[in-house]
Design a binder for this molecule. Structure first.
Ligand code: DC
Length: 213
């Protein structure tokens, strides 16, 4: 079986950066499952038919600290990470039908030599047989500040108190929804990223992988 590391956690916990760092270091594939939900929301907004098939046409080029997302050669990076899609993807992800349509697509990322998969239900639903399961957290202030930096880097204006409310609302939706809510599984290792560097956390997870693989 192709080995997997699953990393779940709330927005701003650092799971994107850590997952990319890990995938690059291990030479494994990378699944940003939140991006799949964002693509779904983008295509929904564009009133595209047969969304699951079209999601597969969206291209994700990433490095540790930068990324480009394109659809039919159009650069949609800023829009897909922007506030409208952020809100809509969180809302649409509550719908069971949407979740089940996107399950098959996410499973196709399991390819040799391995996969690092990040999201909300990677350990609990998508890949319950993963080799190492991580639940990543960070305190709210740190998460708000990381998201603010992300938005500023994308050239967007930031209102900190609005951002904080938005993150709290998303946390509530993600943890309280009835289908595949965000929660730590019993067999996950809890890591608080608030005061640790990307390098420290990457090394810690690689150690866990080496112990098991
Ligand atoms: O990780 P993100 O912020 O890019 O995710 C966008 C939305 O997608 C998030 O609000 C919840 C949803 N999501 C989900 O329901 N399940 C996942 N595995 C990943 C994301």
């Amino acid at each position: 079986m192709v080995p997997i590391v699953t990393i779940d956690g709330p927005s701003g916990s650092g799971k994107g950066t850590i997952s990319k760092s890990l995938a690059i270091e291990l030479g494994w594939n990378y699944l940003d499952s939140g991006l799949i939900y964002r693509c779904y929301a983008y295509l929904h907004l564009k009133k595209i038919n047969n969304i699951p098939e079209e999601v597969g046409k969206i291209n994700h080029n990433y490095k540790l600290d930068s990324e480009t997302i394109t659809y039919l050669d159009e650069d949609i990076t800023d829009q897909i990470r922007g506030p409208e899609i952020t809100k809509l993807s969180s809302e649409l992800s509550q719908i069971e039908e949407v979740r089940s349509q996107l399950t098959m697509i996410q499973k196709t990322y399991r390819k040799a030599p391995g996969l690092v998969a990040e999201g909300r239900d990677m350990s609990s639903k998508l890949f319950p047989d993963s080799l190492v399961k991580i639940f990543l957290t960070a305190n709210l202030e740190e998460r708000v500040s990381r998201r603010a930096n992300q938005l500023r880097n994308a050239g967007q204006k930031v209102n900190i108190s609005e951002l904080k409310n938005e993150i709290e609302l998303r946390d509530e939706r993600d943890t309280k929804r009835s289908h595949s809510p965000l929660k730590q599984t019993q067999d996950s290792v809890l890591i608080d990223s608030s005061s640790r560097t990307v390098r420290e956390i990457t090394n810690l997870i690689i150690k866990l992988v080496n112990e098991k693989y």
